[in-house]
Design a protein around this ligand. Structure first.
Ligand SMILES: *Cc1c(COP(=O)(O)O)cnc(C)c1O
Length: 363
């Protein structure tokens, strides 16, 4: 059994993917070839964001977003304490201080009620994460950001394809970033990512930053990196986008079925906030004996994952950024979450086996 079965998807779209790859190989345009702007146009249209900039991965997308906003050493950004490391580490790499805020008890996303207490005169941006495929509460977060004149960067690495009150993830904030790591809801066959914005000036800066800050050839207007998306990966993503809307529906179907089958089990199933749809990047349960359940499932041939076992303020690189604020929800959740196999092609028979085994252990 696979945790995420990427081979099944490949079998379905093989001809299309190979055709896209062959077109790139024949074109000789391996760096920022025509497939990249073609994909960017499609992703912008899909999300409703005015601009999309294809980049090398979701981590550098966060780095480039901070650079484009000119957030610098000594500034602060607010991040949820419960997320993947990159949400905070790219800020730290620039000398920016990540300030940790606790997450909501039910959605595990940044809790807007706890946000304002963390804002100081040094705060420049809020980086909410749309964790597990569900958007954070952006109306509440954007309102607080506007009041304090802060930028909002959505870390949408897990939520491309999700909607918030009818609008698409990655179109809701100053800048949004996403990842096309193979196991993300929209994944390529290597590393890839994208940045979205409605702001023309930020979009121009991001395009410069993607190629070493060049505004004209060998003329460097701003500091930049090599942050480009491969043309080959853009081709793969064009093929995958043709089935993506259908896959979003299949993911939802799998998740709804999990919810039904586990409704009487001794665990907390994913909570979907009103107005949200999720792409279920992960199907994640909260259970009391997490480590026991993982051991039992693995012994029965069922793969699991923990996203994420250690909250950011407990990470060795960030303990010095922790000043005793209450992050108890993040701590509790990190100790109890476990993700089950989740992908659009999970068949009912396999799902039944997973659920039966989970119930056998937790009751
Ligand atoms: C995957 C992920 C990233 C990093 O994306 P990469 O493409 O692997 O660099 C950042 N933030 C979150 C929340 C992620 O899940």
């Amino acid at each position: 059994m696979q945790f995420i079965d990427l081979k099944k998807q490949y079998q379905l779209i093989k001809d299309d993917v190979l055709n896209e790859i062959n077109q790139v190989l024949d074109s000789g345009q391996y760096i920022l070839g025509d497939k990249v702007p073609e994909l960017e146009k499609q992703l912008a249209s899909y999300t409703g964001a005015k601009h999309c900039i294809g980049v090398c991965d979701g981590t550098k997308a966060l780095l480039m977003a901070l650079m484009a906003l000119d957030i610098k050493a000594g500034d602060e950004v607010i991040v949820p304490a419960f997320t993947f490391i990159a949400t905070a580490s790219m800020a730290a790499l620039l000398g920016i201080t990540p300030v940790f805020v606790d997450v909501d008890e039910k959605t595990y996303n940044l809790d807007p009620a706890k946000l304002e207490a963390a804002i100081t005169s040094k705060t420049k941006a809020i980086i909410p994460v749309s964790l597990y495929g569900q958007c954070a509460d952006f109306d509440a977060i954007n309102a607080i950001a506007a009041k304090h004149n802060l930028a909002v960067i959505e870390d949408g690495a897990q939520s491309f394809g999700a909607t918030y009150k009818g609008r698409q993830s990655c179109s809701l904030t100053t800048i949004a970033t996403t990842s096309f790591f193979p196991s993300k809801p929209l994944g390529c066959y290597g590393d890839g990512g994208a940045i979205f914005t409605n702001n023309d000036e930020i979009a121009t800066r991001l395009k410069w930053i993607r190629i070493h800050g060049q505004d004209k050839r060998y003329h460097h207007a701003t500091l930049g990196i090599n942050g480009r998306l491969d043309t080959l990966q853009a081709g793969v993503l064009l093929a995958k986008m043709r089935i993506f809307p259908e896959e979003v529906k299949l993911r939802e179907k799998v998740a709804v079925r999990y919810n039904q089958l586990l409704s009487d089990a001794n665990c907390v199933t994913p909570y979907l906030a009103a107005g949200n749809t999720s792409v279920y990047a992960q199907y994640t349960l909260l259970v009391n004996d997490r480590d026991g359940l993982i051991k039992f499932l693995n012994e029965n041939g069922i793969p699991t994952a923990v996203h994420y076992p250690i909250p950011l303020h407990k990470q060795p690189i960030f303990t010095h950024n922790y000043h005793g604020q209450d992050l108890s929800v993040s701590e509790k959740v990190a100790a109890k979450v476990v993700s089950l196999p989740m992908h659009p092609y999970l068949d009912e028979e396999t799902q039944d086996k997973i659920v039966a085994t989970v119930k056998q252990f937790i009751g």
